[in-house]
Design a protein around this ligand. Structure first.
Ligand code: OGA
Ligand code: FE
Length: 279
């Protein structure tokens, strides 16, 4: 019997900005032939230790570390197509986010299903793979732009006067995510001024903005090994409460875990992105 590892050591791909001082950018869609996204910056590998919070999941919370694990089986488990996911999985997930956060209104604006397929070049929206690069999905500017984009103007203005967050709900599909799990960085261990670099995310019709994350020795990385489909993690990407009292975001990345059993099935997961409002 092997016992549950307390931590694992791996290489994470950090962000290094363009040498010429220009703003970093990525295209959202990969080139169908090369599988590469157009970009002007570099990944830099760094070896880190990632602590396994299995059995101590409650040590992480949205307002302290910036992320929070939950055990809550979904009624929808097939994730066969977008239409079904939106009809069945969205409503129960809205209720779950409200229950876990105490929010009064939750608007889902996006979802991504990822299935790891080694060697697959095609990374079009229906064939996304895990993301091997430390990032934050939103900056303050892109978070606020999301509210205007997805809600009527009268609503947006009123909602933005109160507390507002962007939270991802990430859940394994089909089997435990032992293969290429998700690592999350404790908010309290990052230097937001130094480590986070805004970068443009080029969509075909507009620009979004994300953060690349530069290496810092102080980063404390966590995961839950073998997270099951009955579990998941909420990942805070933005919080309008920016007075130092709460975590406002969570750097994260997928990683190759040397403790993954050789016969573990390849990771499959779904992430929902939510605008989360409070009274
Ligand atoms: C996310 C994310 C990457 C992955 O949920 O925001 O970056 O590999 N996911 O699942
Ligand atoms: Fe992300």
């Amino acid at each position: 019997m092997s016992s549950e590892p307390l931590s694992t050591e791996t290489t994470l791909q950090y962000f290094t900005p363009p040498a010429d001082g220009s703003k970093a950018y990525n295209t959202i869609n990969a080139d169908p032939v090369t599988g590469k996204r157009e970009t002007n910056w570099k990944h830099t590998p760094h070896t880190v230790s990632i602590e396994n919070l299995r059995g101590r999941e409650s040590e992480a919370s949205l307002d302290t570390t910036g992320f929070q694990f939950f055990h809550h089986p979904a009624k929808h488990t097939s994730f066969a197509n977008d239409e079904e996911v939106e009809r069945e999985y969205y409503p129960e997930s809205i209720e779950l986010i409200k229950e876990l956060t105490g929010a009064s209104r939750v608007v889902l604006f996006d979802h991504t299903i990822r299935r790891r397929r080694p060697g697959q070049i095609d990374d079009s929206p229906q064939k996304r793979q895990p993301v091997a690069g430390v990032h934050v999905d939103q900056t303050a500017a892109s978070a606020i732009a999301r509210v205007h984009r997805h809600l009527p103007p009268a609503d947006a203005e009123a909602l933005l006067r109160r507390r507002f967050q962007i939270i991802n709900l990430w859940r394994p599909i089909g089997h435990p995510a032992l293969d290429w799990p998700l690592a999350l960085c404790d908010y309290r261990s990052i230097d937001t001024k130094r480590d986070l670099v805004p970068m443009t995310l080029r969509y075909p019709d507009r620009d979004g903005e994300t953060f690349g994350v530069q290496f810092n020795d102080s980063h404390r990385w966590k995961y839950v090994r073998g997270l099951t489909p009955e579990e998941g993690v909420l990942i805070k990407c933005f919080d309008s409460v920016d007075d130092g009292s709460v975590a406002i975001l969570t750097p994260h990345t997928a990683f190759a875990d040397p403790t993954t059993p050789l016969d573990a099935p390849k990771r499959e997961s779904i992430e929902l992105r939510a605008l989360v409002f409070y009274d």
